[in-house]
Design a protein around this ligand. Structure first.
Ligand code: UD1
Ligand code: UDP
Length: 360
């Protein structure tokens, strides 16, 4: 029997990362099973990515849904234990830093199944972020640590991970971006949102920005200041919508709230933007390649390469409007650096490492 590889996905950022890995392993004839935990379940948070990116329909959906961290992670673990016990895979591949990642990794480790972690080694050094806890635990348990950037290699080395386990493979999210670049239509985005002249895009969903009323009030004031300079389209993650609406985000004529957008519509909008205001991990990376200035509303980032080799900059609610003003005065970038190995071939490198470590 061929060794089986089980991929575990569940939340929006997992899907564009998994797409090129699934395709590259498929082309090598590796037997695969795709699991969706059901952490994200709205059509716009999940299915649209599968449809637009041609990702195979998951073989299994665990249907765990939303809940507190403990409830959600526990539901993932219970269902994953049954699934892994039944299928006995040779390897489990987990992506990024969401609860589905750490839940699956904990179960696989206790069943003695090797784990490959795609996007290993990123660190914000901020344990108030649930994702930082998920990253550290997942990396501690993983057997193959597949890193997107050199800083990640250094962090894993400092944590005592044996160098033989660590592989600098590049960024599979950027594989997906480059493979679909021709489909990102900025003109269509302008037309569909009725935008003329420079505009901004905002995405905000981190607990540190949207879970507390005082933070949300400050955020809304900062967005209103920025909207005084250029219209902002905000495709809003469901997490923050009630608080942002209650804090009056819509009380400015130049702010437009949208439901989460499909990947292609979102990337088309971002491609044509004068700047993006975000707290998303993926968006920091995507703007780096598209050359769109990225203003990250966070005190830190686990993706410093997007600052040193990209267009990203950390801002606060106090500095946001000033930065937007500067960017609008400067106009679009004509050149910008890009990180090493963000070249569209990460999925192939990841597949080489995984296939090379499967039992013969
Ligand atoms: C999760 C990840 C975060 C990632 C984000 C990407 C963890 C700990 N967090 O955060 O790292 O940046 O996904 O989008 O895994 N909801 C819906 N519909 C859905 C999914 C969620 O309405 O399809 C709402 C529910 O009210 C839910 C809330 O969003 O309680 C939060 O969802 P959850 O998956 O717990 O965390 P995210 O904030 O999405
Ligand atoms: N995205 C999208 N539509 C949206 C917002 C985001 O298609 O309305 C995509 C985008 O490619 C982004 C990815 O979803 O990189 C993951 O986004 P999110 O910010 O939810 O997760 P994070 O990267 O912060 O974990």
């Amino acid at each position: 029997m061929n060794p089986l590889v089980i991929h575990v996905t569940g939340a929006r950022p997992n899907f564009p990362k998994a797409a090129p890995v699934l395709a590259a392993l498929e082309s090598r004839g590796v037997e695969q099973l795709l699991v969706h935990t059901g952490q994200h379940y709205d059509e716009r948070m999940s299915e649209v990515f599968f449809r637009q990116l041609g990702i195979p329909t998951p073989d299994v959906n665990l249907g765990v849904g939303s809940g507190t961290h403990a409830k959600q992670t526990a539901a993932i673990m219970v269902a994953m234990e049954d699934l892994l016990t039944e299928h006995k895979p040779a390897m489990v591949v987990v992506y990024g830093d969401v609860n589905s990642t750490v839940g699956a990794a904990l179960v696989a480790a206790k069943l003695g199944i090797p784990i490959a972690h795609v996007e290993a080694g990123l660190r914000s050094f901020d344990l108030t972020m649930p994702e930082e806890i998920n990253r550290i635990v997942t990396d501690r348990l993983a057997d193959l640590l597949l890193a997107t950037s050199p800083d990640a290699i250094a962090h894993l080395g400092n944590e005592g991970v044996h160098p033989d386990k660590i592989h600098l493979v590049g960024n599979p999210m950027i594989d997906t971006l480059l493979a679909n670049l021709d489909r990102f239509d900025a003109d269509a985005a302008r037309a569909s949102f009725g935008l003329e002249g420079p505009y901004l895009v905002g995405t905000l969903h981190r607990p540190g920005n949207v879970d507390n009323d005082d933070d949300v009030r400050r955020l809304v004031t900062a967005l209103h200041q920025a909207a005084g300079l250029a219209p902002i389209v905000v495709p809003l993650h469901p997490r923050g919508r009630p608080r942002l609406e209650a804090a009056g985000i819509l009380d400015h004529p130049s702010i437009r709230l949208e439901e989460p957008l499909g990947y292609l519509e979102f990337m088309g909008l971002v491609r044509g933007a004068a700047a993006v205001v975000t707290d998303s991990g993926g968006v920091q990376e995507e703007t780096t390649i598209l050359g769109v200035p990225c203003l990250t509303l966070r005190p830190n980032t686990e993706r410093p390469v997007t600052i040193t080799h990209g267009t990203n900059e950390l801002v606060t609610t106090d500095t946001l409007a000033g930065k937007v003003e500067q960017i609008l005065a400067t106009g679009p970038l004509t050149e910008w650096p890009t990180p090493p190995l963000w070249d569209g071939k990460a999925g192939q490198r990841i597949a080489d490492v995984i296939a090379g470590s499967l039992p013969g």
